[in-house]
Design a protein around this ligand. Structure first.
Ligand SMILES: N[C@@H](CCC[C@H](N)C(=O)O)C(=O)O
Length: 275
C-alpha cells in the first residue's frame, strides 16, 4: 500500500512526516523504519513522525516519533516545530494561536509566528535522575568513565533523556569517539542523547549532539533545551541563550525552576513523496 509523506527539517535535523489522522495508533515495524531511513536505499531521515488524533482531549493532535534505527522516541524539539508548520500549512491551526499538541511524553504548546518560525513551550526541564532516567543519586553534575577518560556531565529530561558535557573546543577529536560511548553507557538505563557544549558567552552556546537511535545529527532541539537548561542550572548561562548547532541556531528561554522552557526556531519543507 502506498504511503504519502512530507520530508521536512528543522535546522538540518530531518524528518519524514506521515498523516495518520485517519489511521491512529498504527505502529510501524522497526525493520521498515530502518529501511526507509537509509540515506542510500531509502528516503533518509533522522526521525519518522506520525500526526494522529489526540488521545488527550485538551490537545488538538498527537504526534508519534521513531528514530532512524526503528526505536520509539518520546520527544523531539525540531520535530514538533515541523509538526506545527505542517498543521499550519494544512489549514488546521492558525498563525499566532497557541495550540496544545500531545507527544508521547505529554503535552507541549506550539505557536507559528509571523516570520514562520515556531515557538514551543517544551515544559519544565526535569533534573530528577529517576526521571531522566539516570542510574545515580541526585547531584548537580555526575561523573562516568568511558573510552579511558573520566567525563563529567549534567543530566536532564526534556521528555527524553539528555546528558550534557562541557568542552573547551567542539573540534576536539575525542568527542567523535565519546558520543556513541556515552549514548550507550549503562549509567543511562534507556540510553541518552549526549550534547557536547562549548560556552562562547553567557548568552551563546555551541553544541553537537549524538542522538540515541539516530547518531550525530545536524541539530537536536531537545538537546539545545537540555544544554541551555543545564548551563543555566549551573549558573553558566543567561535566561535567553542562542544555541548554535551544525545546522543552525535555536533560541532557548528559561527563567529557572518553576518555569517552563521555550524553544524558538525554523521549520522547513523539503518535498512531498509517496512510498
Ligand atoms: N532530534 C530530536 C530528538 C529525537 C529523539 C531522540 N533521538 C531520542 O531518542 O530521545 C530533537 O530535535 O529533539
Amino acid at each position: 500500500m502506498a504511503t504519502r509523506f512530507t520530508k521536512m527539517h528543522g535546522i538540518g535535523n530531518d524528518f519524514v512526516i506521515v498523516d495518520w489522522r485517519e489511521d491512529a495508533g498504527r505502529v510501524p515495524n522497526a525493520a521498515r523504519i530502518r529501511a526507509l531511513a537509509d540515506r542510500h536505499t531509502g528516503i533518509g531521515f533522522d526521525q519518522l513522525i506520525s500526526i494522529e488524533p489526540s488521545r488527550d482531549a485538551s490537545c488538538a493532535f498527537y504526534y508519534g516519533l521513531w528514530n532512524a534505527d526503528g526505536s520509539p522516541a518520546a520527544q523531539c524539539g525540531n520535530g514538533v516545530r515541523c509538526v506545527a508548520a505542517w498543521l499550519y500549512r494544512d489549514g488546521v491551526i492558525e498563525r499566532n494561536e497557541p495550540v496544545r499538541l500531545e507527544s508521547p511524553s505529554g503535552p507541549v504548546t506550539v505557536r507559528v509566528l509571523d516570520d514562520h518560525n515556531v515557538t514551543v513551550d517544551m515544559g519544565e526541564p526535569d533534573f530528577d535522575p529517576a526521571r531522566v532516567p539516570l542510574d545515580h543519586a541526585p547531584h548537580a553534575t555526575y561523573t562516568l568513565h568511558a573510552g579511558g577518560e573520566e567525563v563529567s556531565f549534567g543530566a536532564v529530561s526534556m521528555g527524553n533523556p539528555h546528558g550534557v558535557v562541557f568542552v573547551d573546543d567542539l573540534a576536539d577529536p575525542r568527542i567523535d569517539h565519546l558520543g556513541p560511548l556515552l549514548t550507550a553507557h549503562p549509567i543511562f538505563p534507556q540510553g541518552a542523547n549526549i550534547g557536547f557544549v562549548q560556552r562562547v558567552a553567557t548568552d551563546r552556546l555551541k553544541l553537537r549532539v549524538h542522538e540515541r537511535g539516530s547518531g550525530w545529527t545536524q541539530a537536536c532541539g531537545t538537546g539545545a533545551c537540555a544544554a541551555a537548561a543545564v548551563s543555566q542550572a549551573l549558573g553558566l548561562a543567561a535566561p535567553v541563550v542562542a544555541v548554535e548547532l551544525p545546522g543552525g541556531t535555536l533560541t532557548i528561554e528559561w527563567h529557572g525552576p518553576g518555569h517552563t522552557l521555550w524553544m524558538t526556531g525554523p521549520a522547513a519543507f523539503v518535498f512531498e513523496g509517496e512510498v
